[in-house]
Ligand binder design. Structure first.
Ligand code: AKG
Length: 288
């Protein structure tokens, strides 16, 4: 039986209920100094690599793509405390990407639920109901003002409505990028250091049009080892985490990846979907 925890909650009951019902929650998370430190680390890493791409999605915990100066975000106590309150104990970090886009880049995704990696015939409609135990939380943590995330509040708890069905067609996964607007879609506009935690089974999309300002946003996913995984768990490429790579990391980052490896070993069933997810990321974040 799970031991009761003495850890104080950081979220009120009302905030937890809001997340459960609406599918997202906005929290002030980083102070100005931390935002500035992370922006400098991103800029230094781009300079060192001679990175000239105007838009990228860099999986910053993978060797070869690592951005050492931002990796310790996975140990951020405030972020982990919110995830505990939303999911349960033993939080395990999963997807970790840096979304980067220069002003002038055209960034548009279609509305989707994050089940893209699951073959159509294995998408279970019961995942989109109030009774489903959702065990994943996604977070966007912008370092610049960011209005690219759009969400349909509450849509994780129900089947697609008529307006959504009309644009999704006969799939539960994604609507075409040029589909008409959704009346219930809400744009989430965040200041640097504010984070949005969201249920990625809700209908959502990344959509900035032609970016007026530079976008630098840390994007992560979290799972609780107390519960069975949703099929989204397993975004990190754990096969690349050699002993040598782990030894080169800051201790708290190393511990976070060790915990990830242990959890992946417990749930080999999620590996099947990992490759599909990587393909999606590459397709959706092509430079335009
Ligand atoms: O913030 C964004 O650009 C959207 C991210 C997204 O839709 C996703 O990761 O599923």
């Amino acid at each position: 039986m799970t031991q009761p925890t003495l850890r104080p909650s950081v979220l009120s009951d009302a905030e937890r209920a809001f997340f459960r019902e609406q599918g997202y929650l906005i929290r002030q998370t980083l102070d100005e100094a931390s935002v500035a430190r992370y922006v400098s680390a991103v800029e230094a890493s781009r300079r060192e690599r001679g990175e000239t791409q105007q838009m990228s999605n860099l999986q910053f915990l993978q060797p070869g793509k690592a951005i050492r100066g931002i990796q310790d975000i996975v140990c951020n106590e405030d972020i982990l405390a919110v995830c505990h309150d939303l999911l349960g104990e033993r939080i395990v970090v999963d997807g970790a990407s840096l979304f980067y886009g220069e002003a002038g880049v055209d960034y548009r995704q279609g509305w989707h639920r994050d089940v893209l990696q699951v073959p159509d015939d294995q998408v279970d409609p019961s995942w989109f109901s109030p009774d489903y135990h959702y065990n994943y939380v996604q977070m966007n943590m912008p370092l610049t003002t960011d209005g690219c995330l759009w969400i349909v509040p509450g849509s994780h708890r129900r089947q697609l409505n008529a307006e959504e069905r009309a644009i999704f067609g006969n799939t539960e996964k994604m609507a075409p990028v040029d589909a008409p607007e959704l009346g219930e879609g809400r744009q989430i506009v965040l200041n640097p250091g504010e984070a949005v935690f969201y249920n990625n089974y809700a209908v959502h999309r990344g959509y900035g049009g032609v970016l007026k300002d530079r976008r630098i946003t840390i994007h992560m996913g979290f799972h609780s080892a107390e519960h069975a995984p949703t099929l989204h768990f397993g975004v990190l490429d754990h096969t690349e985490y050699t002993l040598e790579y782990l030894a080169s990391l800051e201790p708290c980052v190393r511990e976070a990846l060790r915990a990830h490896l242990v959890e992946r070993a417990r749930h080999p069933e999620v590996n099947v979907f990992h490759a599909y997810h990587q393909q999606f990321l590459q397709k959706e974040f092509k430079t335009t």
